[in-house]
Design a protein. Structure first.
Length: 253
């Protein structure tokens, strides 16, 4: 694939860093927008592997760092689930202005919940893919371990996530509690593909069952057998990418 580094304006006018992956030998048949997992970046290996699999099938992919993460500007402590939605919409608007609006939305983990929510506000998207996604974004509360009470009492606390320290503010918790994903999923009139590993210890596979049950047809579910939550094994990530590419063909023609 051919990759281009790009920047666009996020929800708070911060400059967000993005990478557009394009098929090497042909014009794209469609464009996809990829939302990375909670506290991850666009450069996580699984995102790269999935993107490569999609470009092989002629699908261009824009992946970007949410506000305050990776190479994007802004403070992570001031972000929340709603701001992720705003960043996704800004990314889609950027794609529409510079290339083509994304017909496919792909989200990994909390990014999966984010694309489900954002899809309702992106009429040009026709297909939505979740990978290891929670049925409700409030699921990330368990990652805060014993810091939830401290955050609620003092307004903020430092939390260790995957070996890195992040400041989480009470507004983050309040925002999660205000989200009602069930109504969004039930009323989302788009094709949905749910990918989830039955061995996922971070976001249990029961979340995939809930998303699938709430969603309207056309909907599909594929088990990513033996994969971990982050799809760090290249074969697992490429398999997921190949599945997405084949499934999406029906909705991008």
């Amino acid at each position: 694939m051919v990759s281009k580094k790009m920047y666009f304006e996020g929800h708070r006018k911060n400059r967000l860093s993005a990478q557009l992956d394009l098929p090497a030998e042909s014009d794209p048949v469609a464009y996809a927008l990829f939302a990375h997992c909670f506290t991850c970046t666009k450069n996580i290996k699984s995102a790269s592997y999935i993107s490569r699999a999609l470009t092989t099938s002629g699908i261009a992919v824009l992946r970007f760092d949410f506000t305050g993460l990776g190479e994007s500007e802004g403070e992570f402590a001031d972000t929340n689930f709603s701001s992720n939605i705003d960043d996704l919409i800004a990314a889609a608007d950027f794609m529409a202005a510079e290339h083509t609006a994304p017909g496919i939305l792909i989200g990994h983990s909390l990014g999966g919940a984010a694309v489900l929510q954002a899809a309702a506000e992106l009429p040009q998207s026709r297909a939505v893919v979740t990978i290891g996604a929670p049925a409700d974004p409030g699921h990330v509360m368990h990652l805060l371990q014993d810091k939830k009470e401290v955050i609620e009492k003092k307004g903020a606390a430092d939390v260790l996530l995957d070996g890195r320290k992040f400041t989480i503010k009470k507004q983050f918790l309040d925002d999660l509690e205000a989200v009602h994903m069930a109504d969004i999923i039930r009323n989302l009139k788009k094709a949905i593909l749910v990918l989830h590993s039955p061995l996922d210890e971070t976001v249990g596979v029961d979340n995939a069952a809930k998303i699938f049950q709430m969603a309207r047809h056309p909907k599909s579910f594929v088990s990513l057998d033996r994969a971990d939550h982050l799809l760090m094994n290249e074969a697992d990530a490429r398999y997921a990418g190949a599945l997405i590419a084949v499934w999406a063909q029906r909705y991008i023609a």
